[in-house]
Design a protein around this ligand. Structure first.
Ligand code: PHE
Length: 451
């Protein structure tokens, strides 16, 4: 059992920034954000999202990283340091990414399949919206005798390529791919946006996407935007606590987390700009729900483009694949780090546990539109149920626990010290009010609003 090695660490501040951004930028940006923007009134939703991300989102990411660095441990042992024998409450924060990992890798697998379809140019099924929908439905149901036309093989490949990075470790695995893939991803996103902006008739869609209107303002849109911030900046999964524990003491946490949060917001806006106006331009107000938008509507939009649609589709799905890959790696690390810290096991054993259990949950999700399509939990298929429990319930609960521990049990003083701010400064007062009052209230609203 005793296979402890010296604690790993990030090689540089840039490495940390890219790893944190790589965790944040994921399916949440490409898959969830655009359909929420479309559903909740465009510009207003984006504005609420930005305000939430730059206020409570930024405070909570700073808190998580500070707790990790202050204790030098990942979530369960960090809680041990803070609240002693009640540390097992941190188990919730480990179960969450394990569950999330399962369904995340399933969708990551779908993205890989679509990338391959566009790369190989077999896009005839997307010649109409109906055809595109039928193709997606048949693919996720996995009824075909050709395994490459079903989701299981893609899910397994996706899980395996994440495993390779995890086994390579922090510096040579997670930090390295984040430093390589995030700049490439941002460049590809820019190229795609420029391409989309050149499409004739795109103007009204841009206006609809970005100009805030009072019509878009509702309790539901506020709750949805705040919930999305949560998912998108990777809160409540313990990953930022783990990354914080790998962070050098000389690094300014406040500034660093400001950079990663802004990066996340910029990419989110880029994704909205890329996807929502195109849907307006080509399809009008089509039904664009969650997976439906990315896997049914968008392929048909790429098919309809006057030129280079196939290439644009390929670049798009490769970009989403990079985003999903790097986020799935960080989700796995959220489980591996506490396992290693608490059970004193090697990285390889931690990876094996995470991949096997995440894989079992993922396999159930993967079959939820096919073999297990008759299984419904609380009126939802397995994949939707797993998504609901992890993102809508466990994520806010896990963050409420952290706010209570810091705000009410141990006090914010130690954390502020770790962040390097004077306890009497304006920021300290702001931080205190956010952690003790504003964030818990927002989290409870998100929790109740989504149940
Ligand atoms: N932030 C990721 C996304 O937007 C999801 C994620 C949540 C990753 C929590 C790690 C931890 O897709």
């Amino acid at each position: 059992m005793q296979e402890t090695a010296a604690r790993e660490s990030f090689g540089s501040r840039a490495g940390f920034i890219f790893a944190a951004a790589a965790s944040a930028i994921g399916l949440g940006n490409f898959w969830r954000f655009p359909y929420l923007v479309n559903e909740y009134g465009g510009g207003t939703f984006i504005l609420i999202y930005l305000i939430s991300a730059l206020t409570f989102g930024m405070v909570l990411v700073t808190l998580e990283v500070a707790v990790g660095r202050m204790t030098g441990k990942s979530v369960i042992e960090a809680y041990g340091d803070l609240i002693g024998k009640y540390k097992w409450i941190g188990v919730i924060t480990v179960i969450l990414p394990l569950v999330l990992l399962g369904y995340y890798c399933v969708i990551g697998g779908w993205v890989m399949k679509y990338a391959v379809v566009f790369i190989t140019g077999n896009i005839e099924p997307f010649s109409s919206l109906e055809g595109s929908s039928a193709y997606y439905d048949a693919f996720v149901a996995g009824g075909s005798s050709d395994i490459w036309n079903g989701p299981v093989i893609w899910f397994i490949i996706f899980l395996l390529i994440s495993t390779v990075v995890l086994i390579a470790g922090m510096k040579k695995g997670i930090e390295l791919i984040s430093k390589i893939l995030i700049p490439i991803l941002i460049m590809m996103l820019i190229v795609l946006i420029v391409f989309i902006l050149m499409i004739p008739g795109i103007g009204p869609g841009i206006e609809k996407t970005f100009v805030p209107t009072l019509d878009g303002l509702s309790i539901d849109s506020v709750v949805a935007a705040m919930g999305q911030v949560f998912f998108s900046v990777s809160l409540g999964a313990g990953i930022l606590i783990a990354y914080g524990s790998y962070l050098g003491k000389d690094i300014n946490i406040k500034k660093t987390m400001c950079i990663t949060t802004v990066m996340e917001c910029v990419v989110a806006i880029g994704c909205a700009m890329l996807i929502v106006p195109m849907v307006f331009a080509f399809a009008g107000d089509v039904d664009v729900q969650g997976s439906g938008l990315m896997f049914k509507t968008l392929p048909a939009m790429f098919y309809r483009m006057p030129a280079f649609g196939c290439a644009a589709g390929a670049v798009f799905f490769i970009t989403v694949f990079f985003a999903a890959w790097t986020s799935s790696v960080s989700l796995s690390e959220s489980v591996i780090a506490p396992l290693r810290d608490s059970l004193k096991i090697s990285r390889v054993k931690g990876v094996a546990f995470t991949i096997v259990f995440g894989g079992i949950i993922g396999m159930l999700c993967c079959l939820s539109y096919g073999l297990l399509s008759d299984v419904a939990i609380g009126g939802r298929c397995i994949l939707d149920f797993v998504d609901f429990v992890s993102s809508n319930i466990l994520m806010p609960i896990s963050s409420i626990i952290l706010c209570i521990i810091i705000g009410y049990v141990i006090g914010t003083k130690r954390v502020l010290n770790e962040i390097g701010v004077d306890a009497k400064s304006g920021y300290a007062k702001y931080f205190n009010v956010m952690i003790r009052y504003v964030c818990p209230v927002i989290l409870i609203v998100i929790l109740l609003g989504q149940i």
